[in-house]
Every structure is written in C-alpha cells, then in structure tokens.
Write a protein that binds this ligand. Sequence first.
Ligand code: AMP
Length: 433
Amino acid sequence: MSLIQPVRGMRDLLPSETAAWRALEAAAARCFAAYGYREARTPVLEKTELFARQLGEHTDVVQKEMYAFTDGGGENLTLRPEATVAVVRAALAAGLHRAPPPARLFYSGAMFRRERPQKGRYRQFHQFGAEALGAPAPEIDAEIILMCRRLFAMCGVEDRLTLVINNLGSAEERAAHRGKLRDYFRAHINDLDEASRARVDDNPLRILDSKNAQTQAIAAAAPRLAPGKESAAHFDSVKRLLDAAKLRYEEDAALVRGLDYYNLTVFEWRAPDDRRQNAVCGGGRYDGLAESIGGPPLAGCGFAAGVERLLAEMEAANSPTPKPTPSLQVAAIDEGDALGAFALNIAERLRAASLARGGDDVEITRPPADGGGAGRRIKKASGAGATHIALVGEDELRAREVTIKRLADGAQEKFAVEDVDEILAFVGAPLRD
Ligand code: AMP
C-alpha cells in the first residue's frame, strides 16, 4: 500500500523548516507589540455567511476558492480564507471597540483557499496580520504601513520589497466608478480575455488586475477613479506621513486588491521579480466592514503578510539564518547502569537549570547506549547534529565531574556536575530574563 499523501496544495512543516518559522513568528510578535498591537486568536472554522458577503460575492475567493461545506447539523461553514473579518467580529463581540480607540490586534495562523497550487501559492498557507479598529485618521494607515516596513527590516528584506499604494475612494465613489468601468468594458467586451469577460457585470474592478496583455492594454485606458475631496485629502495625508518617514512608494491605479471590503488606502508590498506570486503583503482601509457584519459603524485598517512568501524572500536575501540551536548530547562511555544513571542525572539537572532561567532554546539529549568508546560516541553525536557532547566515564563518575566538548572545533572543558550555569554558558544556551 502506498503512503497516504497530504491534501494537494498543503504541506508538512518539519524540523528543518520549523526553526525558521518560529524565529519569524517571534520577530513578528515582538514587532507588533512595539506598536501596541496585541494578539487575538479566532477559530479556523467560521459561518460561511461571515465571508461570503464581506469579501464580495463576485470575488474569486468566494466564488471558487472557499473550503465551504455543510456540517452534520446542517450548518454552512467555511475554513477561513483570511482573518480580517473574523478578527473584526471577535473584537465587536468582546466590545473591544468600546475602550478608547483604536483597538489594535494582531493574529497569525493558517488560511485556506482552493487556488491552483504553484510556487508560492498553496491551499493552506499562513499569514500574520494586524487590524486597527475605530481609527479613521490617516495616521493609522501610515502606522500600519510603517509597521510592515519595520518587520521587513527585522527580516533583512526591506530593500527587496517595493511598496505600491492606491486610493480606492469612498464606497459611494467606488460604486460610481464601478458603473463607469462596466460601461467601458462592455464596449470592449470582445477584446477581453475570457476570465475578464465574465467579470464585466459583477466585478469590473478586478479586470484592472488582469495579467492578460491585451486586457491590460484595454484596462490602461479605462476611466480612472476620481476620488472626491475628502478621499483625496485622506490619501494625501497618508502620503505625506510616508514621505516624512522617508518611505518610498509607487502609486498604481490598477491596484484594487482581491477583496471587496476595502476603501480609501490600499497597499501591497511586492517582491522584486516578475513572478506571478510576488505579493508578500497586502492591506488597506475597510471602514464599512464592521457595520456590514452587524456591528456599529467603525473605521478600520489592517494588513496581512504571507509567511511562506516572506520566508522565501528572506532566503533569497540570504538573511542570516539563526545560529544553530545549542544541542548537547550527554553520553556515557561504556555505558552501564551506574554510568547511565549518572549521565541521566546530569541531563536532568541541565534541563531543569535551562528551563528555570527561561531558556527554551537548548536541546539536551541522551543518545541510546551502544557500548562504544569516546571516539565512536563523538562521531555519532556529530552525525545526529549535536553541537556539544558531554562525555562521562568511570573517572568522571568518581570525581562527579563532566567533560564538555564543542564539536565544531574540538575545544573542551571540565566542570563539576553542580556547575550547571557554567556548563550552559559553555554550550551557548541563551539566557532570558
Ligand atoms: P490577501 O489576504 O489576499 O490580501 O493576501 C495577503 C498575503 O497573503 C499575500 O500578499 C500573500 O503573501 C499571502 N497569500 C495569499 N494567498 C496565498 C496563497 N494561496 N498561498 C500563499 N500565500 C498567499
């Protein structure tokens, strides 16, 4: 029988990758905390209606990509394709918007979209993102964008990414623009690609996003949204704030974003090449969203970044990978009962000391007994990926000492077994407070 495979477009993350994921998640949480954003965790499964209307009934996500099903009790449920609407729902349900605004929340987790899998595009992918609720001022748009820049700087990819921004105008201005676009594209319908033709009536804004060359040429001459005075002033303020923070950006009238709930500022951070999947992060303002899910009128602004795509950028940028986790093997030479118990005791002392001082980044393992001598134990420890080995034999047992060897260069030192802090320092275990 052949091994059962994971679902197409979904993949396992194994220890060779999870260390980098954890480091990135920790960096993101630190970055968001520095801006006052606190974590929210919402369910992976939500009522289908939460997404259907808010994301837009005519969007690709809702029409084709949702993992939607009816459960045993007849409820229509969907694996979340994104987290913004759920985070807004959760904040409203808990009344977080009643505290002095804005409510600042961040999240991270798996999202599900039944897209065609390809490099950088998965059916289960991961995002982290942040939402600021109850904040109509342009400062918040700028804060969110600057927070993205800070995170990218921490990841060593700031210089690789281009920020693209656009002004979608108010909901009313968008509706008027949609009408004009519909008329324009109807007049050119025979020259559009098939997918765009199907969008003319329901979602003409998305045609601006088409990757088809001929459609792009037609879209380039389409009527532009003319933001009203207030919308233009908001967007100008955002740009002024970005200028003041010395953040470079491009303006692109074709940036419409895939989801319907956006208004005013939208933005995207793009990877340098022309790969189709070059959006690393996207976001914008969604002032009508809270009301559309049954809450009070509440301005909002947020973003989501793709973890897989950010990690790919970090790899491309050769961002220094975290140094190897200190990993100590505690091995006994010619292991017998007494030596085995002594080695186990040392390992336990070191684990307790490491955990007690807040360190969780040191690995202390006991290799299986194999009756071998020092040379063979060292070789096996290297093969198992250990950075250090603690060797104990009869002499060490008698003197209650332990010799620690650093495998990279062979340097070694002898310690009394009680000197756990010195041992951990030699191994390079991180100290936290
Ligand atoms: P969105 O929620 O569509 O605005 O997407 C925000 C970010 O999530 C994108 O910029 C990507 O980095 C990432 N993303 C979206 N869809 C996928 C996918 N199918 N696979 C991997 N990453 C994705």
